[in-house]
Design a protein around this ligand. Structure first.
Ligand code: ZN
Length: 210
């Protein structure tokens, strides 16, 4: 019997774009062995054809998704500009994917970062870089929100920071309570956004419109 599988093109999920991630600092052989072990433990045969390259692929994926463990997001905030601008700055809808530390399943969503400068501003794209860097580690959304807010307070000497994160957690949508479409919203308000109801209302209006 002809093996039709041989003729199928490589699935889109594991094609040429599956380039090796920067694996510096990651014990790749150990990671690959762990994936093999996981497959064997659930009753799979890690040596069957379709799974042969899976440990290597998954190891590269984890190296990429956890690359934030090997960098300090604060480097993105080291360069700032002295500006008289003293109104709110807001970058909305910064997309990210992180990994829930309880299930090692991704949570995906958007971060909104607002701050009230105190003589210093950063390049807007740097805020997105901070989100990316913080996202790439195992964590919970609550801590991710706080970490980003505290970092901006420390590095920029701001009058206030507001970080709002909304995300869909696959550990809630594909397993357990299985609630597709549910979103978790967390916020961290610092400085004036914590102390002033009107400042907080203003930034939330900017984030959510109307
Ligand atoms: Zn989880």
């Amino acid at each position: 019997m002809k093996d039709h599988l041989q003729e199928l093109p490589e699935p889109a999920c594991c094609g040429a774009e599956d380039a090796p991630a920067d694996s510096q600092g990651v014990d790749m052989p150990r990671l690959q062995n762990a994936v093999r072990e996981l497959l064997a433990a659930v009753g799979e045969d890690p040596d069957r054809e379709g799974l042969l390259e899976t440990p290597g692929r998954v190891a590269r994926m984890y190296a990429e998704m956890f690359s934030g463990l090997r960098e300090d997001p604060r480097v993105h905030l080291e360069k700032f500009f002295t500006e008289k601008y003293d109104e709110m700055v807001l970058v909305k809808d910064i997309g990210f994917t992180s990994m829930c530390e309880h299930h090692l399943l991704p949570f995906t969503g958007k971060a909104h970062i607002g701050y009230l400068p105190n003589g210093r501003v950063v390049g807007l794209s740097k805020l997105a870089r901070v989100v990316d860097s913080v996202a790439r580690r195992p964590q919970v959304q609550e801590r991710m929100t706080e970490v980003i807010a505290d970092m901006l307070v420390d590095q920029l000497n701001v009058k206030g920071v507001a970080v709002v994160i909304e995300a869909s957690h696959s550990c809630m949508t594909i397993r357990g309570v299985k609630k597709p479409g549910s979103m978790a919203v967390t916020s961290a308000m610092k400085g004036v956004f914590r102390s002033s109801v009107s400042s907080r209302a203003e930034i939330m209006t900017l984030i959510y419109g109307k």
